[in-house]
Ligand binder design. Structure first.
Ligand SMILES: CC(C)(COP(=O)(O)OP(=O)(O)OC[C@H]1O[C@@H](n2cnc3c(N)ncnc32)[C@H](O)[C@@H]1OP(=O)(O)O)[C@@H](O)C(=O)NCCC(=O)NCCS
Length: 174
């Protein structure tokens, strides 16, 4: 995965009401609706954190939303579960990610994903978790994530996970 470098003049900011979120269009209605209707409220309630990628004219080129959650020991694949306690375990959640249609196909999604994983890794230095998980909105999104070492959770075909070791490798090459 390439490092999170964006074009000159672009920036990543925490979502606020000044960002033109009503204009965002990724091609997936759920991904768009989340940003337009729910992301800001959810951020204010400290349920999720949403960051937007702004181009040099302050258009939203993309965004991602992160949260913490728990996963039950019994839902983990055997290789991840071994040596872990038999209880609910902390995970980081990549809840949403989208790129505006006018910017798709230029490597922005890949770099935004890398940026979100660096955020997850940095958070892990303060609040520990065992993996990053996400729920795919459709099979195309699933193919996108599977390119970057996300694997299926047994019994949940649309839920993917990235073990902490892989997160570390992707985020810091370690
Ligand atoms: C999925 C999405 C984020 C990809 O963003 P993007 O900027 O177009 O992707 P990139 O240009 O960074 O592509 C990176 C790689 O993924 C591949 N890719 C991109 N979209 C893909 C898709 N839908 N399915 C499979 N592979 C995909 C590209 O071919 C590229 O591979 P390559 O480097 O081998 O050429 C974007 O298409 C989008 O927002 N879609 C609608 C919302 C969505 O599905 N979000 C994800 C789930 S919440």
């Amino acid at each position: 995965m390439s490092g999170p470098r964006f074009p000159e003049g672009w920036s990543i900011e925490l979502l606020d009401r000044s960002h033109p979120r009503q204009k965002f269009k990724s091609g997936n209605g759920d991904v768009d609706q989340w940003l337009k209707k729910s992301a800001l409220q959810s951020l204010k309630k400290h349920l999720t954190t949403t960051k937007v990628l702004l181009d040099d004219a302050c258009n939203i080129a993309g965004y991602y939303s992160l949260a913490f959650s728990q996963i039950d020991f019994s839902d983990l694949p055997a290789d991840l579960a071994k040596k872990l306690p038999r209880r609910q375990l902390p995970v980081s959640v990549l809840a949403w990610l989208g790129v505006d249609q006018s910017f798709q196909g230029r490597g922005i999604g890949q770099r935004l994903l890398a940026t979100s994983l660096v955020d997850c890794y940095e958070a892990s230095q303060t609040f520990a978790f065992i993996a990053v998980i996400l729920d795919c909105v459709d099979t195309q999104a699933k193919r996108f994530y599977q390119q970057f070492d996300f694997a299926e959770l047994p019994g949940y075909p649309m839920r993917l996970y990235l073990p902490f070791k892989s997160l570390e490798t992707l985020a810091i090459g370690g």
